[in-house]
Design a binder for this molecule. Structure first.
Ligand SMILES: Nc1ncnc2c1ncn2[C@@H]1O[C@H](COP(=O)(O)OP(=O)(O)OP(=O)(O)O)[C@@H](O)[C@H]1O
Length: 313
């Protein structure tokens, strides 16, 4: 289990990460989400042991994470951290970049392991290519394979698919997280991508201004966001006066609803369409009610200037 007890680190005079209490069960996949600059990367780096904490302690399976004051080589050997700017050897081959993290004493096992990892990240056809000739997304896939080479107990991924095209990303995510589950590797992923979170993460940790403001089972958090900030990290979210749908509600009460939770209906609130966006499986409609913008989904396209009624689903 990963345990952070009352952890605090001042990265600058103006910004602290913490105080943080956190417990993650072994084998859990947890997302860290939050607006840019809220401290996601710093938290991952603290867990990896890149900083001497100002206060508190971090342990993983009862092993203490120590900072640079106690370690000549930064980071803990049983943890792997994939940073946003991956560190590869540009003038050597893809295979060599992975190989160098494996034991030289067992060449056959190392070769088999390298081949297995190239399969996981779909880089087998590029095994002998020089890293400097690869695209950004291909380099990111090699960096992922590298972090898995010597199997970590805890894997920390910072925006791991940010350079990878959608065509590959979905298949890669499915393979990677299935592999990590099979090996029972605990994984923390800092991400801005709601698909990473919703489809693959057991738990979601929400950060704001350097602290954790929510930590929940992912589906539960998505279905019942405790605030507009939290819900809007998953995608578009409406904040609507509750009185629009429940006349007995208090004037200042608000409802949080995703666009798919509103529907066109014979009765409800009257809205005027302002824009329509084709989303592939449906249209996202932007409309106005009492001067307030509302987003809802529609199976058919709606024309600017038309009016309709919408209600809660
Ligand atoms: N080396 C540093 N020295 C001083 N301040 C830093 C340093 N690194 C980060 N910061 C500041 O710490 C805060 C948190 O940064 P961090 O990179 O952890 O945020 P983040 O949530 O990962 O952001 P993003 O989503 O944009 O990657 C930011 O205000 C940033 O400017």
């Amino acid at each position: 289990m990963l345990i952070l007890t009352d952890v605090l680190f001042s990265i600058s005079e103006r910004f602290n990460v913490g105080p943080i209490q956190l417990q993650i069960e072994k084998g859990t996949h947890a997302a860290i989400i939050g607006e840019s600059g809220c401290g996601k990367t710093t938290l991952l780096q603290m867990i990896y042991g890149l900083y001497d904490l100002d206060q508190g302690s971090i342990t993983f399976d009862n092993k203490k994470v120590t900072g640079p004051e106690e370690n000549l080589i930064p980071g803990m050997p049983y943890i792997k951290y994939l940073s946003q700017d991956f560190d590869l050897m540009p003038y050597t081959s893809v295979t060599e970049n992975i190989h160098k993290y494996l034991s030289r004493l067992e060449p056959e096992t190392s070769q088999a392991r390298t081949e297995e990892l190239l399969e996981v990240v779909e880089m087998t056809p590029f095994a002998s290519a020089h890293v400097k000739t690869l695209s950004g997304g291909q380099k990111q896939r090699v960096a992922l394979a590298q972090t898995l080479a010597k199997e970590p107990e805890l894997l920390l991924l910072d925006e791991p698919f940010s350079h990878i095209d959608n065509f590959r990303k979905n298949k890669l995510r499915r393979r990677l997280f299935a592999y990590l589950k099979k090996q029972n590797i605990t994984c923390l992923v800092a991400t801005h991508d709601s698909t990473d979170v919703l489809s693959y993460m057991d738990k979601t940790i929400v950060m704001r201004d350097g602290t954790i403001i929510a930590h929940e089972q992912t589906q539960r958090l998505y279905n019942n966001p405790p605030s507009y900030y939290v819900g809007s990290l998953f995608g578009d979210l409406n904040k609507l006066p509750k009185q629009w749908f429940f006349p007995d509600a208090q004037k200042d009460e608000q409802l949080l609803r995703y666009p798919h939770q509103l529907t066109i209906s014979p009765e409800g609130i009257k809205v005027e369409i302002t824009r329509s966006y084709f989303m592939g499986t449906h249209y996202l409609i932007e409309a106005l009610c009492d001067g307030q913008s509302i987003l809802f989904n529609s199976e058919s396209n709606l024309v600017k200037g038309d009016t309709t009624y919408i209600n809660l689903k």
